[in-house]
Design a protein around this ligand. Structure first.
Ligand code: UT7
Length: 323
């Protein structure tokens, strides 16, 4: 059987850093509140002339280099974003061209903060069914453009960034010792559409709009759904929480992440944390965390890595990968 093996990952963070103290000069907030409620100390913000495609391209080039492949080998590019450059074409098309990839298919997926899991799931389906051999998946966001900088309940939580991974279809034995994507599970419950949304859009207001969130409602669903879907993905792979080497959660809030680790009975030392320095970068948060843990030597070949994320919709999912 075929498995989608992750050959390499790359990420990019814009240079500009906005600290909690910087934010306290813009809205009525303070470092203690932000750190205490979320674990966030700073976030990166894209320069005025940097678009989502610029961040995506930088992460993609690094992922391709880390994978040790030639761009000509890619036959699929999936970009997860909820902050595209334009309404259409897909931002993936721009990234494809700038990367020098002139073959295969390229398109965007929109699953908000669960975007990277969604891109992984779609790419995995293409690779395992033989419709593509080498895929580049990217999560890239410029949430600074859709934040209401006067709303302290949301503007302190998010940052900009991008992360990417190259996957290749490889023959495997079909058991949980295989390297590659072992399972991916996803769910959507659109009854919670209004709990986390952007109050603009082409069809509704013809403006970009701003992010709106019922924080407590999101928090409650995040803890319950993410622990459950991680368990579901592990079960599908014939594994248990005790088999996890590294949990790489969507980086939204340290309190949510700790609560999930606790529900999974997983020591927090096995959880990769970047939310303190990156804040919530939506679809980019998982690959940004992956790159950090690969580069500092925590994630090693053969390790069992579990990723999970939830975003507006709600849409949520989890992936189990043998590195
Ligand atoms: O990818 C998924 C994206 N979203 C999330 O993961 C967010 C999930 N939710 C959360 O992380 C939390 O609900 C928040 C961090 C957003 C908020 O924490 P909370 O413990 O639920 O606080 P709260 O909304 O109940 O607010 C408590 C108080 C309020 O004041 P009063 O009404 O008690 O006087 C807020 O007005 O904190 C106030 N507050 C702030 N104070 C200082 C809200 N935001 C701020 C702020 N600085 N930035």
């Amino acid at each position: 059987m075929l498995r989608s093996r992750i050959l390499g990952c790359g990420s990019y963070l814009p240079e500009k850093v906005l600290t909690n103290d910087d934010l306290a000069k813009i809205v009525d907030t303070d470092n203690d509140w932000i750190v205490g409620r979320t674990g966030i100390t700073q976030r990166h913000i894209a320069a005025d002339d940097q678009l989502t495609s610029d961040l995506a391209l930088a992460a993609a080039e690094r992922a391709v280099a880390a994978a040790g492949i030639d761009v000509a080998e890619l036959d699929l590019l999936i970009l997860a974003t909820s902050t595209p450059d334009n309404t259409f074409p897909a931002t993936a098309a721009k990234v494809q061209a700038r990367l020098g990839m002139h073959q295969g298919a390229a398109f965007d997926v929109q699953a908000v903060c669960a975007g990277f899991i969604c891109a992984l799931r779609v790419a995995d389906s293409f690779l395992r069914s033989g419709q593509a051999r080498t895929a580049l998946i990217i999560g890239a966001e410029t949430y600074s453009r859709i934040l209401d900088w006067q709303d302290r309940t949301t503007c302190v939580l998010f940052g900009d960034g991008a992360g990417a991974a190259v996957l290749r279809a490889e023959e495997a034995d079909g058991n949980s010792a295989d390297r590659g994507v072992l399972s991916v599970k996803m769910h959507t419950d659109g009854r919670h559409y209004d709990a986390l949304y952007v109050d603009g859009g082409v069809s509704s207001t013809q403006t970009a709009g701003h992010l709106r969130m019922q924080g407590k409602e999101v928090y409650r669903h995040a803890v319950v759904n993410l622990a459950a879907v991680a368990g579901e993905a592990l079960e599908a792979a014939g594994l248990e929480t005790g088999d996890i080497d590294w949990l790489v959660p969507h980086q939204a809030n340290l309190r949510i992440m700790n609560a999930i680790a606790s529900r999974l009975d997983l020591p927090t030392e096995k959880m990769v944390v970047t939310v303190d320095r990156h804040a919530n970068t939506s679809s980019a948060s998982i690959p940004l965390a992956l790159v950090e843990a690969i580069q500092d030597g925590r994630i090693k070949p053969g390790d069992l890595v579990v990723m999970e994320a939830i975003g507006g919709g709600f849409v949520w999912g989890s992936a189990v990968v043998r590195w």
